[in-house]
Each structure stands twice: as C-alpha cells, then as structure tokens.
Design a protein around this ligand. Structure first.
Ligand code: FAD
Length: 507
C-alpha cells in the first residue's frame, strides 16, 4: 500500500494475539522504508492466554500475511474446523451443527432452503443438514478443502482452524520480526498526550524511556491502556443481553483423534466448550457468576472431562478469567485504534474475537490515516466496526434467547428477556417467512442464521413464495440429486486424522 506520508511510525502496544496479528499484517501492507513499526510488550504483564477456535475468514488473513496453511498448523498444534456443534441449546436433549459453508445450491436466484421448506410442507422427509457437506463431513470425522469448480459439491464448503492462539502469536512474531518489526520488551508506565490536540504523543516506558509515534494501535487487552485509560473512551456494557461474565479453562490430554468441529454444550449457568487440537483438548466453562461460584464451575468442568472419557485428564490447574461483555463506544479516536480485547469482548460462543481483530486490521488499512488526527476516516471506521459488533451481539443473544431449557432459572430468564429490536425483527421474519437474509450481513450470512434458527426454533411457518414457481417433479429430482451428491462427496473425503497427519505438530 502506498504510504500517504504523514504517518511514518506505527506503535503497537501489546504482544498478545491482537498485537502480533497487527504487526504481521502492517509489516506486509507497508515496506520498512514506508513505515517503521515498533511493538511493545511487557514480560511482567502476560497475555490472556486463551482462544483456540476461529472462523473461515482466518484463511484469508493468513494468505494476506503470507502464512502457509501447513506451516501454521504444524506450528500451532492446529486442526481443521468445519463448524460448531451446539448441544442442549434448543431442546435440552437435542443437538445441531452450525456448519461452515452453504446448504444446497440456490436455484433460479432463490435460496435453496426456500425449496426445501416448500418440499417439507408437502411431506418431504430429508433433513436440512443432509444438504450441508460441511455438516456431514464434520460428523463423520472427515475433512476436505473447498473446491473451486462450482459443479463440485465441495464448492459449498468452508473451513477454519482450532489452534493454540499463543503459538499462533509466536509464529506471527517470527513473520513480523522477519519483515523488520522492532520488538521492545518494556512495561508502559504512562501515556503522554499532546497538549494542543489531545493526540497520543508518546509512551513512557520502564525504566525512564520515551517512545514517540505517529499512530498507535492499542492491543493491550482488557486493560485498554490507550483508548480506555488515556483517551477516556467509554464502554457500552451489553451484559443485560449476554450476562456471562466469567470463564474457567483447562487443557486435557488427547484421548482420540481430533474431531473437525468445536463443541458448545449448554449447562446450568452457561455453556462449556471443547476444542480439539493435535496434542491436547481445550476445555472451558463460560458462566454467569450470579448463578454459580468459581469453585463449583471448576468442579462442573472437571467432572465433565471425566464423564466424556476416563483418559480425558486435566493437564493443568483450572484458570479463571473475568470479563464484561460489550465494546468501546468508539474504537478509533485521534491517532489511536483499539484492536482485540481493548476494543471490547463478546464471549467465545461463535469464535468471533480473532475474527474481529482481523476485521479491524483490514478496515484500518482501508481507512489508514492521512494525518495524525483524521476524524472522517475514524468516523467511518467506527461505524463499520460498530455494525460488525452489533451483528455478532444479535447472533450470540439468539442462542441464549431461543432456548427451550424450561425450569432452569438462568435459561428461563434469558428466554423471556427483551432482545434488541434488530434481533426481534429477524426472529419475526424467520418465523413467518423462513427468511434469513438480513441487512448488513458480513460476518454471519444467510446459511449461518439458518443453521442456528433451524437448530433452535425449528421449521418456520412460511417460505419465499418464489420457490413455488418451480415444477414439482423437477424440484423433487433436483433435491434428490443434491442430497445424493452431498452424501457421496462426504463418503469420498479422507478422514480428518489422515489429513492432519500431513501437518504434524512441530513440538
Ligand atoms: P492479551 O492477550 O491480553 O494481550 C495484551 C498484551 O498487552 C500483552 O502482551 C501485555 O503484555 C500487553 N500489555 C498490557 N499492559 C501493558 C503495559 N502496561 N505495558 C506493556 N505491555 C502491556 N477468541 C477467539 O477468536 N476464539 C476463541 O475460542 C476464544 N476463546 C476465548 C475464551 C475466553 C474465556 C476469553 C476471555 C477470550 C477468548 N477469545 C477467543 C479471545 C481471545 O483470547 C483474544 O481476542 C485474543 O487472545 C486477543 O487478546 P489481546 O491480544 O487483545 O489481549
């Protein structure tokens, strides 16, 4: 990218996943001659140290920063991810998959699921998941890459990864330092503002150094050192909709081949995650502290490991984390952009945090400041990022709100809570018309909403009437053909274990 000139020193505060993703990204966007990049991280203040599941856009990010998929998997103990299985969210005894990729193929410009709903209303037996290759493959423990040829059923697939986010950050550090990023291991003791315009002038480092910069990326985690503490940007708290405020995490020994999907299991006071890596499994319990104490939450998590398999043993002591769901009211102000946890946090139910880092970086590059203070660019950036966060917020709230766990106090409350209008309208459209095309769909699109709404609310009353225009016999033939093609393609895929064996972990 051409450097507009006024910004020639970019300072990144923090060396967690957000910091090193920022460094790897901007060292690719700019050459060292165009931009000096310095990253400051503190040995005494660690990183958050959790975060293992991603969503498909990460493949694009890796491509942009120049990370080869095989190298990344080997360096991060990574595995492939084709979706998330939700256990006990709608019907307490039920489960459904939120697969990545599409269901069936649109026909005559009409969404596939409208035809499927039409057929169901006339007694068609096949389930929606039978038309998702990612769903079928995930449950069968198989994996393959998306095909480029649109006639190949694998063209409907998409994948992401499970990985150790600390190892991912370490790998990105190698990449960034290889491209000239300078790393300073120092603790920041103060932030100096320019008395004339209120922009950030410099950072006061321990012991007694001053680091000046033109633009600052705040990746300081929940501390939010620049945007929150120094620039005093407020926090929009969303805990009335998403009340989980704590998590406990523990790794456990690998006792089976890693499955190619994440599991999210609803529980009395929240939900538990299970994320299979090559060498271990990541486990955690995200919970509402009004409904369960820390010790009991850890007991529930540890007991769930043993219930799964006797060899599923904890490899470390449980780690506790606290958070407040919400976002900074603005994530870019003056000459500072907050990326990562410093800009807000939405719980990891749909693995969106690392995605938000990547999204912020891409939008920051596209609106890179022309001067230290560039309010027009910052305004647009804030609106785009705000919309993305609200979309994710609605998507997450839906999981909690559309539950059928009757008789459990937390879940009863969530089922009856008032949801944002933006979500209420979506639910109404789906219930009456089976529609899942909504405004501003960037991260979660039609198939994503379809997966969770079908998974939790079941079949809607109506469908797009354009689906009635197809001849009945032709529709029956096409559905049959798609279903068989999907099943056969899943059966032909290699197992996830055999694909992973090509990228053995480095350690
Ligand atoms: P941190 O990792 O906290 O890094 C902060 C950095 O700032 C550190 O390097 C620290 O040294 C530095 N720093 C702070 N203060 C100073 C100072 N004064 N001086 C110098 N340096 C300083 N995301 C996903 O995408 N998928 C998941 O599955 C997922 N699971 C999660 C589960 C839980 C329970 C939680 C809480 C988060 C999860 N996340 C997940 C989010 C993910 O962990 C974070 O988005 C990601 O790790 C980015 O963190 P960060 O880099 O913003 O902050």
């Amino acid at each position: 990218m051409e450097n507009p000139g006024k910004i020639s020193h970019l300072v990144i505060v923090g060396g967690g996943t957000a910091g090193w993703m920022s460094a790897a990204f901007f060292s690719k966007v700019f050459t060292p001659r165009q931009m000096r990049i310095t990253l400051v991280e503190s040995a005494e203040i660690g990183t958050v140290g959790v975060g293992e599941a991603t969503i498909p856009p990460i493949t694009f990010f890796n491509q942009v920063v120049g990370l080869d998929e095989g190298r990344m998997l080997a360096a991060t103990e990574g595995s492939f991810k084709l979706g998330i299985e939700f256990v006990g969210w709608g019907d307490p005894a039920g489960r459904y998959m939120h697969p990545f990729g599409n269901y069936g193929t649109p026909m005559d410009g009409v969404s596939f699921h409208a035809y499927w709903l039409r057929a169901r209303q006339r007694g068609y037996k096949a389930e929606l998941f039978e038309f998702s290759l990612s769903d079928l493959a995930a449950k069968a423990g198989r994996f393959d890459w998306r095909a480029e040829d649109p006639r190949d059923p694998r063209a409907a697939m998409a994948h992401a990864y499970h990985f150790d986010a600390s190892l991912y950050a370490k790998l990105l550090r190698e990449v960034a330092e290889g491209r000239g990023v300078q790393r300073l291991e120092r603790t920041i003791r103060g932030v100096n503002l320019d008395p004339l315009d209120g922009t950030i002038a410099s950072l006061a480092l321990d012991p007694g150094e001053i680091l000046a910069g033109d633009f600052f990326i705040d990746c300081s985690g929940f501390r939010s050192l620049l945007i929150g503490e120094a620039l005093k940007v407020g926090y929009d708290d969303w805990s009335q909709f998403l009340p989980a405020d704590r998590a406990v995490a523990v790794p456990s020994a690998r006792y089976e081949d890693p499955i190619p999907y994440t599991r999210a299991i609803a529980d009395k006071a929240g939900w538990r995650w299970r994320i299979p890596l090559q060498h271990r499994t990541g486990n955690g319990y995200v919970y509402v502290s009004d409904h369960i104490g820390d010790d009991e939450a850890a007991d529930v998590l540890l007991a769930s490991l043993a219930r799964e398999h006797p060899e599923n043993k904890a490899l470390a002591d449980p780690r506790f984390l606290r958070f407040a769901t919400g976002r900074r009211t603005r994530s870019r102000v003056k000459n500072c952009a907050a990326i990562g946890l410093s800009s807000g946090f939405l719980e990891p139910l749909e693995s969106t945090s690392i995605h938000l880092i990547q999204h912020g970086l891409i939008k920051l590059a596209g609106s890179f400041p022309r001067a230290k203070d560039d309010p027009a660019a910052a305004g647009i950036y804030n609106r785009i990022l705000g919309d993305e966060m609200e979309q994710i917020r609605d998507f997450l709230i839906y999981h909690y709100h559309a539950n059928r766990r009757v008789g459990e106090p937390l879940w009863d409350r969530l089922r009856h809570m008032a949801v944002p209008d933006s979500l209420r309208e979506k639910m109404e459209l789906f219930r009456t018309r089976g529609a899942t095309i909504f405004p501003n769909q960037t991260i979660f699109q039609e198939p994503n909403w379809l997966a969770i709404m079908m998974g939790q609310a079941g079949e809607p009353e109506g469908y797009d009437p354009l689906a009635d225009l197809m001849d009945e016999r032709l529709l029956a033939e096409r559905l049959h053909h798609m279903r068989v093609a999907c099943r056969q393609a899943a059966d032909r895929m290699p197992t996830h274990a055999s694909v992973l064996a090509r990228f053995p972990a480095d350690s």
